[in-house]
Design a protein around this ligand. Sequence first.
Ligand SMILES: Cc1cc2nc3c(=O)[nH]c(=O)nc-3n(C[C@H](O)[C@H](O)[C@H](O)COP(=O)(O)OP(=O)(O)OC[C@H]3O[C@@H](n4cnc5c(N)ncnc54)[C@H](O)[C@@H]3O)c2cc1C
Length: 388
Amino acid sequence: MKTDVIIIGGGASGLMCAKAAGRRGRSVLVLDHADRVCKKVLASGGGRCNCTNLTVSHQNYTSANPHFCKSALAAYSPADFLRLLDEHSIRWQEEDEGRIFCADGSSKIVNMLLEECRAARVKISVNSEIIKIKKKENFVVVTKRGTMECSSIVIACGGLSYKDLGASAYGFNLAEDFGHRITELRPALVPFIWSKSDLASYSRLSGVTIKCALKHAKRVFKSSLLFTHKGISGPAAFQSSIYWKDGDALTVNLLPDTDALELLMQNRHRKVMLQNLLSSYLPASFCEAWTEANGFSRQLNACSEKELRRIADALKNWTIVPHGTEGYRKAEVTLGGVNTDDISSKTMESKIVKDLYFCGEVMDVTGMLGGYNLHWAWASGHAAGEHV
Ligand SMILES: Cc1cc2nc3c(=O)[nH]c(=O)nc-3n(C[C@H](O)[C@H](O)[C@H](O)COP(=O)(O)OP(=O)(O)OC[C@H]3O[C@@H](n4cnc5c(N)ncnc54)[C@H](O)[C@@H]3O)c2cc1C
């Protein structure tokens, strides 16, 4: 069987690429080893799919080459994706910080992509495990279901996280076989695990959320932190995990909008326990665990000014050194990927192998939390689909 384009991976970027290429009249076959396509899209945003963000710009992405994503993002904007949703009468809603969610659940987005692919005469084959791919005059793709030929191939296999949603290392391995370099890979947008001593102090807070400003190196993430039975999760933890490396400290400002020293000094003559005073600002269970763990469970009127200054400093700079992260099992994305120096930023074609293309998370482009990763999948898939 001969087709113009074979896309390996029927996820967000693969189907976007398929639809764009199909509309240009290219015959397209999508091969996916899973039993259904777009499993991550279905799970995304807790089933509500945070599908794009109104503030998309290259500054929301991290990559060894921060300029690489600019061209694809300029060619396919959040407005383009919202127009597509509108064309399919899919209701969407804007939440904080420009985040767009699908009002009726992520399955609407998957159905939309499948409809678009059908209209563009794209063929999709699931349960299609690939045995090998060779480049001769054309690409020869050997699968368990037979051998196919195509003039162009697109690697859209995504990253390493959530194996049960179809993830595999295949995209990275295939890229390497074709001579591409892979940058260092790490799980990102992932919860942290407590150190042993912090686990003993804070595991009982599982389910509690606090608003804070979490600092890592020079970056500050003002958002919420969710305590789990293993460590910390939530937007602030996820964002900092993109930059965090083993052994790094995180610093939490527990009262980002309050002058902690002023608050303590104003109450220094009261018999009130510190945890009770703090519970006007933070959940009571957290205040109790935190003051206990730090030796601050006392009445304010029993503290010297020096002690109050020390407490104020601890409230502003609670230092956590996580034992690690929950890894690819719980990471929303893989940081790093196929080195973008060897890929055209306009067409997504390999600079090493003619007619080989990439799209989505398999490349070294990682978005922040907030719909940026799916937007990268749409934009890079669109760019590849317009040229493949
Ligand atoms: C739980 C969860 C929630 C998320 N929520 C959001 C969110 O709300 N907003 C957001 O922007 N991002 C979110 N993300 C990230 C986002 O889903 C991904 O970045 C995006 O799906 C990447 O698109 P992709 O096409 O590159 O890869 P994927 O969508 O992962 O698709 C890759 C496809 O390749 C297939 N594949 C893998 N290996 C092979 C192989 N050997 N042979 C054939 N096929 C193969 C897989 O089965 C899969 O269908 C979330 C991720 C997770 C895990």
